[in-house]
Design a binder for this molecule. Structure first.
Ligand SMILES: [Zn+2]
Length: 153
């Protein structure tokens, strides 16, 4: 590439199937689905998705859908020292997605003090900066990327 891309400053992962074994996660996000992997041998569901089961080391995994709506258990609002790439305030919450899943997720679309324990939140998928990719013939194209947060219902 003529202009080197500062990949070390990029907080979002490579999402193409050429680089990421978990690329279906991002394809599912584009469909409005939050998914992860479940082990076909021992049944363990992991989050984030894996390529090997952390319980029994099996590679026999399948993609399963997680609920896209959950309930806030704990709220954290960070004003100072927000990590690179995020605006202040950074609002995070531990949410209960039912089943066995409690996740810490970013919450968007709320102001400081607005989110409370017990609030319902739902999946919000949004585009992030596309990544320049060099194809085999040397052409450079911009690969679209997405990421997710949750937002108040
Ligand atoms: Zn397993």
């Amino acid at each position: 590439m003529e202009v080197k891309y500062a990949a070390t400053m990029d907080i979002y992962s490579f999402q193409g199937k050429e680089w990421n074994c978990n690329h279906p996660f991002y394809e599912h996000l584009r469909e409005g689905r939050l998914t992860t992997t479940a082990c076909n041998d021992c049944g363990m569901k992991s989050y984030p998705p894996r390529v090997i089961c952390p319980e029994c080391l099996s590679e026999n995994l399948e993609w399963v859908d997680l609920p896209t709506q959950g309930k806030v258990l704990v709220v954290s609002e960070k004003v100072e020292g927000v990590p690179l790439g995020f605006e202040s305030p950074l609002i995070l919450a531990l949410i209960d997605l039912g089943e066995e899943f409690k996740l810490v997720v970013r919450i968007t679309g709320v102001k400081m003090g607005e989110l409370k324990k017990g609030d319902e939140v739902k999946l919000h998928v949004y585009p992030v900066n596309p990544m320049p990719v060099e194809s085999k013939n040397g052409a450079i194209f911009m690969q679209e990327r997405v990421f997710y947060a949750f937002t108040k219902v």
